[in-house]
Design a protein around this ligand. Sequence first.
Ligand code: RIB
Ligand code: CA
Length: 318
Amino acid sequence: MPARPLIIDTDPGVDDAVALVLALRSPEVDVRAVVAAFGNVGPERTLDNAGRILALAGREDVPLGAGAEQPLVHRRALRAGHVHGDDGLGGRAAHLPEPVAPHPGSGIALMARVLEETREPVTIASIGPLTDTALLLAAHPGLAERIERIVVMGGAIGGGNITGAAEFNVHADPEAAHRVLTQDRVPVALVPLETTLGCAAGPEWIAALTGAGPVCAELAAMIAPYYGYYRDRYGRDAVALHDAIALLECVAPGSLAATPIPLGVDTGFGPARGATVPYRAPDATTPPVDVLSAPDVPAVLDAVLARLAGQASPCSIA
Ligand code: RIB
Ligand code: CA
């Protein structure tokens, strides 16, 4: 079976780094472009980080684009340096190889070009703010039919992380998230915070990652300070690698279980800004979003580790 084309829209970010390596090492997908936008840290840093991760993985062949530098409508200052480190990669960015140079032009233009040039339907993994994905759909409506589905790491049905109500990626640009989650042109699958927190990896998993070769050892070094944040914040000896869980679904569809739920996003300026809630507007034709959950957490974590270690084969299942 030919590898399925994939575009990754990201804001590296420690868990983004793990997700990128997982995708780059999964034979079932062909990563056609990586676009780095503002999010965990500023856009200059996320672009540099994405370029370094591509070089670390030996995938200088993958085109890199500069994504959105700010949200669609309202600027926001909230970053997540306290989680991912000021450099966005747990203090390890300077230890990585020199970054791959970004392609000239915008990340949106790169995404549109990949869609125009690819015969097979393309999956888009949106693992940062949804700004680029929303802009792509708005600027190139005719390309929606070229998109297989959009897999989003984001949202929280049961309570947020950056605020009590909102998950970071949706809170970063609620208007963009509203555009993507309520459009009816492209199927959307959402991997929410409760699913990714439920798939947190413990010390044995990290030890196995550390021993799985030099690239995985570097990922484990990036994760170390991020792990400490999660242990302190959630009181569990485990770390949530949110984006890697979403990318597992991209490389091995069906790894997670889907429940169709129509969602609304709070784009107001109250305490619930950025909240994702089960909701169907009275006059809406909004199709439901496939909200993904993990009924078998050990199998999910085993599959993520196997792919990072380069052990996955096209016939393997998650
Ligand atoms: O809330 C978790 C999400 O926000 C992840 O994508 C993480 O990288 C940050 O972007
Ligand atoms: Ca991210």
